[in-house]
Design a protein around this ligand. Structure first.
Ligand code: KG4
Ligand code: ZN
Length: 341
């Protein structure tokens, strides 16, 4: 079974081919980061127009690379939501039109389910059940994953998502959009001992998190430093990046450990863009070896948005879902509302 996956929910156009026997056979991606950088954030109308320009050439690139033809494709999966309405409509329209033309099933995929299942594209694959730490630009959740579609939210951020906190903090430190990955790189040369930032809700009795106060704490620290020493120099900026990253990583790790203890689960799966963060991975790996649990990540290139995770989730869902063609998109969509396998 060969599934073509199309992702167009935000600022990345991703197309991939997943074969249920051979695994991921091709994936191509175009990121719009440079285009949006000029505006300091995603401009939805520009995003939609760019998806239109990219989606067919990316599909052709996947086919050309593998020597396959459109007529070899057995089903088409696309991101139906959540995301930007106009951007989602591009993938939705192309997927439905292709499927209609080819007379094959079309599968609507939940973007977060794509992220959640993406570690299953790496070896070794985590077995169900597992605890998932979903840390993306739009969401931060801890969930118990009992099987495909059996998702139980255990805790989540009450305000900003972890990736959003990285991006907003990067912006106020003068780092170009989207600054999360750059902030994280600069943090590596920062001094962890120079500044300490608050760890919001670190010891709250639940598994919820809050990151918006952290960004405000960084702003206050920047103002203090500017008042004392004038404009922030590179070393100070890197030290602030480090303090920010230390705080956010500690919260994510502690809440994950608490959730593992609470559920008795022995497998932790990390998914979403912030899952690419090196300090987070190092801290989780260390905790895993000390506390005897296994931790799984998607391949680094598949942490952020991509078509491979959509093709894969589509292939999983095809096994039991009743595919339905339709041009509706779901800019807001609760993951826990998905039908279970
Ligand atoms: O999962 P994703 O591609 O998009 C959403 O579905 O939201 O995640 C993008 C987020 C951005 O906020 C980006 O800054 C963040 O992931 N990100 C990182 C790193 N790489 C990407 N945050 C921290 N450290 C990184 N290395
Ligand atoms: Zn995403």
């Amino acid at each position: 079974m060969l599934v073509l996956g199309i992702e167009s929910s935000c600022d990345e156009t991703g197309v991939a081919l997943y074969d249920s026997e051979r695994g991921l056979v091709a994936h191509h991606l175009h990121t719009q980061m440079a285009m949006h950088a000029e505006y300091g954030g995603v401009v939805p109308e520009l995003a939609s127009r760019d998806h239109i320009r990219r989606v067919i050439p990316l599909t052709e690139a996947c086919l050309a690379e593998t020597g396959l033809r459109l007529t070899d494709v057995d089903a088409i999966a696309y991101t139906q939501g959540p995301g930007l309405g106009g951007a989602l409509l591009v993938g939705t329209s192309v997927a439905n039109a292709l499927a209609f033309g080819l007379d094959i099933p079309v599968i609507a995929v939940h973007h977060l389910e794509g992220h959640l299942l993406s570690p299953l594209l790496a070896e070794p694959r985590p077995a169900f059940p597992f605890l998932a730490l979903l840390v993306s630009g739009g969401h931060t959740q801890l969930m118990a994953v009992h099987g495909i579609g059996h998702y139980e939210v255990l805790g989540e951020t009450l305000d900003d998502a972890a990736g959003e906190a990285f991006d907003k903090t990067a912006k106020l430190l003068g780092i170009d959009y989207p600054g999360g990955a750059t902030l994280s790189r600069l943090a590596e040369s920062g001094d962890p001992a120079r500044f300490t930032l608050p760890r919001p809700m670190l010891n709250s009795p639940d598994l919820d998190m809050s990151f918006s106060g952290l960004k405000t704490a960084v702003l206050t620290l920047v103002r203090q430093q500017e008042a004392q020493n004038g404009a922030i120099d590179d070393a100070t900026r890197n030290d602030i990046c480090r303090a920010f990253q230390e705080a956010i990583v500690e919260v994510l790790v502690k809440k994950s450990l608490k959730a593992l203890k609470q559920t008795g689960m022995k497998r932790l799966v990390v998914a979403g863009g912030v899952g690419a963060n090196r300090q987070l991975r190092t801290a989780l790996d260390l905790a895993a070896s000390r506390r005897k649990f296994d931790v799984f990540y998607p391949p680094l290139a598949l942490c952020t948005d991509n078509g491979a995770m959509i093709a894969f989730a589509g292939a999983m869902r095809l096994a039991f879902a009743h595919p339905a063609a339709g041009f509706s998109v779901k800019p807001r969509w609760d993951l826990a509302s998905l039908p279970a396998a």
